[in-house]
Write a protein that binds this ligand. Structure first.
Ligand SMILES: Nc1ncnc2c1ncn2[C@@H]1O[C@H](COP(=O)(O)OP(=O)(O)OP(=O)(O)O)[C@@H](O)[C@H]1O
Ligand SMILES: [Mg+2]
Length: 346
């Protein structure tokens, strides 16, 4: 996609999330870019995930309003693809030139992806030598259905936007939250209905997964186990989280089953990675989204896995004036994807 759009330098990143739509525009050099604008608007999750034409039109109007209010100087946009719509897999393929690889990938992908090749858009990136077979190299293959991409394109073009790239959310997150560290790091983004895991080593994503549980699942567990309404449950969950001291640990207890399910999936990913890349070990977890706002969840992870846990900073590669520090950090947990999209070198 890149070469087609060479020459475009002005664009913004757009994250159409389940609970909010966010945008980030940056300007300047290739290493540190400067914040031009960020903005967000809440969205009703029912509309955000709906396939119906009416809801998609509502979504388009909401995005249009957001863009108008932000007074953007460009209509070029890089858009995130939600991880639960993207299939991703690592394949070990024979060593060959880039040209031959480009021809071979569709055949490899056909056997890997869950949807028919003719109905899917495939993307791939060479990671490096395969850690399990010296004669092979490993490739990250991602796919999304043409239908999903076309529907998104329809929405965005209907409000006059020019889509210059689609990118899976978790690749954008990795770009925004991870630096040049050679050691592998694992990012956890707990979203509304799904949790994304991505392991990054040497700036390259090596493992991506999406688990179908998120803060909505956690809040619903509190509704059920504490016998309270959803509003109250949401307040309790984000106020007390996993604290054992608050409300005698009742909230923590109510959500512990759901948290354990998510944590056991994280554990599987850690084990898978450490086994495949024998000799390297994940020692740091970066939390973002609901994973960073749920009280005491980060410390729980640190104790559980004996690892360093850090709160992701969506603005780590972005420069801005000192007086905006507090304001920007307070929204950081929800801007990782949009910032990462805006940091693309197109
Ligand atoms: N302090 C808070 N109070 C109430 N809800 C919160 C708070 N912090 C996060 N949340 C909720 O946590 C969830 C995750 O937030 P996030 O912004 O990552 O979701 P999202 O990006 O819209 O979802 P997705 O990535 O699944 O599309 C949302 O449901 C959000 O409303
Ligand atoms: Mg999100």
């Amino acid at each position: 996609m890149n070469s087609l759009f060479g020459g475009i330098s002005d664009f913004f990143g757009l994250d159409i999330g389940t609970t909010a739509i966010r945008l980030v525009q940056l300007s300047g050099g290739s290493t540190t870019k400067t914040l031009v604008k960020y903005a967000y608007v809440p969205v009703d999750p029912k509309i955000a995930v709906s396939d119906s034409k009416i809801d998609q039109q509502k979504l388009a109007q909401t995005i249009e309003q957001l863009i108008k209010q932000a007074h953007l100087s460009t209509s070029n946009v890089a858009v995130g693809l939600p991880s639960n719509k993207v299939f991703s897999s690592i394949a070990d393929v024979d060593r060959m030139s880039g040209h031959d690889l480009a021809k071979a990938i569709p055949f490899q992908a056909d056997a890997l992806i869950p949807t028919p090749l003719a109905e899917s858009k495939i993307d791939w990136a060479l990671i490096g030598d395969s850690p399990v077979d010296k004669t092979k190299q490993e490739v990250l293959i991602t796919s999304v259905t043409n239908k999903y991409v076309e529907d998104r394109l329809d929405i965005l073009e209907s409000i006059g936007l020019n889509v210059i790239a689609f990118e899976p959310d978790n690749l954008a997150l990795a770009r925004a939250l991870i630096g040049e560290e050679p050691q592998p790091e694992l990012i956890i983004d707990i979203g509304h209905r799904s949790t994304d895991i991505v392991v990054v080593m040497g700036t390259v994503p090596h493992l991506m997964r999406s688990i179908p549980s998120g803060t909505d699942t956690i809040v619903k567990a509190a509704v059920q186990n504490l016998n309270i309404d959803e509003k109250q449950a949401e307040q309790f969950v984000f106020k007390f989280g996993m604290s054992q001291d608050k409300l005698e640990g009742q909230v923590a207890k109510a959500i512990s089953g759901t948290i354990e399910n998510i944590v056991s999936e994280i554990e599987k990913s850690i084990n898978f990675f450490n086994t495949r890349y024998n000799g390297t070990k994940i020692e740091t977890i970066i939390v973002t989204g609901g994973a960073s706002t749920l009280p005491e969840f980060p410390i729980y992870l640190a104790n559980k896995f004996g690892m360093n846990v850090a709160i992701g900073n969506a603005w780590r590669n972005v420069s801005f004036t000192q007086d905006r520090q507090n304001e920007l950090l307070s929204v950081s947990y929800q801007f990782g994807v949009a910032a990462g999209l805006a940091e693309r070198s197109i």
